[in-house]
Design a protein around this ligand. Sequence first.
Ligand code: GDP
Ligand code: MN
Length: 402
Amino acid sequence: MKIQEADAKTLLVAQGLPVPDWEVARTPDEARIAADRFFGAGSRQVVIKAQVLVGGRGKAGGVKLAGSPQQAELVGSSILGMDIKGITVRKVLVGPAADIVKEFYLSAILDRAARRILLMGSAEGGVEIEQVAAERPEAIVAVHAHPTLGLLDFQARRMAFAMGLGGYLKAAVGIAKGLVATMRAYDADLVEINPLAIVNETDEDGTTRERLVCLDAKITLDDSALSRHPGLEDLRDPDEEDPADREAREAGLTFIKLDGTIGCMVNGAGLAMTTMDLVKRAGGEPANFLDIGGGARADKVAAAMRIILADPKVNAILVNIFGGITRGDEVARGLIEARAQQERDVPMVVRIVGTNAEEAGRLLAEARFDTAASLDEAAAKAVAASRAAEHAGSARSAGTPA
Ligand code: GDP
Ligand code: MN
């Protein structure tokens, strides 16, 4: 689960990391009021940042500065409602603008192969790290944290020196260790600070000093560990969750959308993968990975069908159920119920074996479903149905005058 910058910053602050103050605004009015507070506290400029779960907001025009509360309102109204990579901006972060001296990159990810948290840092911050990795891999410093003790002091110091942060050793060590602590505290997959920045700060008496702060924050949480952190579920942003993903999550289905045309409904992750492989071998492209799980009842099957059909590219459906805990007749009932509610008529091929397969076969035959005895046959039929639908579609559009 990806969380918004403002929420990620809240988690960083809770782990003791240095983050400039901020407020979240949902309207230009709120942006002005928030800005007013920061100007009142001595800021000369505020920064206004689109809160969307995509990278590169700066380049897309989603990060701007304002010199007065009125200007903050204007900038707020220009960013709110903006489309960034297909996502509408519904809220902005408002904070005192940083006077940046230099930008760095620092992140922690879960390195599954090494079974450790991997820290990566670079003096080339601000830009996309993928670009740095491709062009100048030597500019990236990488260190694995100790699996039980976390990032050790000497590791953090070595990393800070290698990144050119020797002059900010204490702060840099604290931040690097804080990233690992954040990963562990919330079961995160990724904590990324880009930029980590040296900024100039001016005190009320006019003296300036340099400080190392987290200017941007991106955190991805491990979905499977969310049950261990009940409060974090609240950080899921309903503005940005795909409706199909939401329905799947609420119905307890594992669903991943793909680009093909053949919708797949399968029980068990391994069988779902195999089904996708066989669809490909038969010359088709799966539209999704969908695991209805063990013991799925009719209502779950109906939900799965709605999710599959919500994808307009789907022009054939392959149902492959291996009954163990899952009862074939329950699935068949679910399919019959789903077809009764179905608004779009899409050819479907069903293969059910295992527990109560005979009863399932009888129900499906009565309801005139197209069935298959083997998975190869089912895949071949689904691919043929999808091709036929494509030809019918292109014949139709060719026959329609422009
Ligand atoms: P991203 O583009 O989505 O990663 O958003 P960032 O928060 O990283 O902002 C992009 C860029 O905007 C940063 O690399 C900075 O150069 C700039 N930026 C962000 N915040 C500030 C700020 O407070 N002051 C100034 N001067 N520039 C900022
Ligand atoms: Mn950034």
